[in-house]
Ligand binder design. Structure first.
Ligand SMILES: *Cc1c(COP(=O)(O)O)cnc(C)c1O
Length: 410
């Protein structure tokens, strides 16, 4: 495998020209689309229009004239096909953390006599922190169980009140079998919430077909919504009727502009809304999701796997001799859209890579992580990144960063 072969693979790639939908800086190889997705070309002008024309001239009338009022639902319906959901099952609101709280609190409140709340050791911290806070709030009614990844199914039984799992692990990229675990939970009457933050837009998802009832996820990673863009919440049509909101804000009221004194929940997925949506950020979400327009998810998944396989093969040859070991599963079906390596000096190496124009990231304690965003990462980018990394190791330029204190954001 040489660089020319990678160029040929880019020419033959069915997603070749989708990269043109993004505004990417020259000379940067971007492998952090799983942390902050790239900027779509159409986003800035539209947000500018929303500010100057819709806000500046339309003022309050833009809630209806510019469809602001329906945007949270519209954004949800745009995301639905990417996760295998139906219209009316997804809405965009708040952050992933807050959405986790909303769903978990509602499900725990109606759990009867069951004590165990199961999640994964090494899960993304916010997921665990939210559960800890809820366990506190419920005053000792629940016990938090942090199961090892391979022990999750075995930890779920008739005494389980709730399971919260992240589909793709943020450090290693290890991917759970969502359909199997969901079925396992259903047979035991256990509600499960899936966090899709590292999945949507990059791996196969069929929430409806797999019987998933509750899920949340980020829009600013593979969905390219922009920094701090609001998250989404999914609830299967069959689960919406039983859902009783815990955060009973006016945006989920049955008659919002009736201004009644008392709360009555609305009937649809809007039950999951709380307060006024961030319109400017939602516009970013619309454009981020639109980068998938006309794109076949099979092509996205196929390219993600080809790029990851290429990365792993090149790393086996050129990086393993320098002490890198693959932290991601080798089996493509068990891996999300990222390739992670362990290395003793992962942080210093990540800094040296950035100095060389390769943006990957460090995840404590020893992970160097390369996100594979199939819409814009090319085969030559993978070749060039491995080449840059091999040079950093051969020339030991990472040593210049060996004593750097960690940045507040890595
Ligand atoms: C990125 C990520 C989040 C982020 O949550 P925010 O509330 O948007 O900050 C949550 N969960 C997982 C698994 C993530 O990867």
């Amino acid at each position: 495998m040489d660089r020319d072969a990678c160029e040929r693979m880019d020419r033959d790639c069915p997603l070749g020209d989708v990269r043109e939908r993004f505004s990417l800086p020259e000379g940067v190889l971007y492998f952090d689309g799983n942390s902050l997705g790239a900027l779509p070309r159409t986003t800035a002008a539209d947000i500018d229009r929303a500010v100057r024309e819709e806000w500046g001239r339309g003022l309050v009338e833009s809630w209806l004239d510019a469809d602001w009022f329906f945007l949270a639902r519209k954004a949800g319906d745009a995301i639905a096909p990417l996760i295998g959901a139906s219209e009316g099952e997804v809405v965009v609101a708040d952050s992933t953390s807050v959405n986790l709280f909303k769903l978990a609190a509602a499900l725990l409140r109606r759990s009867e006599g069951r004590r165990a709340v199961v999640t994964e050791r090494g899960n993304f911290p916010t997921d665990v922190y939210i559960l800890e806070g809820l366990a506190d709030l419920f005053g000792g009614r629940f016990d938090l169980v942090l199961a090892a990844p391979e022990a999750i199914a075995g930890s779920i039984d008739e005494g389980t009140a709730l399971v919260l799992l992240t589909h793709v692990n943020f450090r290693t990229g290890a991917m759970h079998d969502m359909e199997r675990i969901t079925g396992h939970c259903r047979e035991r009457g256990v509600p499960v919430i899936w966090d899709l933050s590292h999945s949507a837009g990059a791996v196969p998802l069929a929430l409806n077909r797999w019987g998933v009832e509750h899920a949340v996820g980020c829009t600013y990673k593979f969905l390219n919504g922009g920094p701090g863009a609001p998250a989404y919440i999914y609830m299967a049509a069959s689960a919406i009727a039983a859902h009783e909101p815990v955060m009973t804000g006016w945006f989920s009221h049955a008659d919002q502009f009736g201004f009644e004194d008392r709360y009555r929940p609305t009937g649809g997925i809007e039950k999951c809304l709380v307060g006024t949506p961030p319109i400017l950020s939602l516009r970013g979400v619309m454009h981020g999701v639109a980068t998938f327009d006309g794109v076949d998810m099979d092509d996205v998944v196929g390219k993600s796997r080809r790029l990851s396989e290429l990365f792993i093969r090149l790393a086996d040859d050129r990086l393993v001799p320098y002490g890198f070991s693959l932290a991601s599963p080798r089996e493509p079906g068990a891996r999300g859209s990222q390739v992670s390596f362990r290395h003793e000096h992962a942080y210093a190496v990540s800094k040296a890579l950035r100095a060389a124009g390769v943006v990957a990231d460090f995840r404590s304690p020893d992970i160097l992580r390369f996100g594979i965003a199939p819409l814009y990462v090319r085969h030559v980018d993978v070749w060039d990144a491995v080449d840059a990394l091999a040079q950093i190791m051969a020339g030991e330029s990472w040593r210049a960063h060996g004593t750097d204190a960690p940045d507040p954001v890595t």
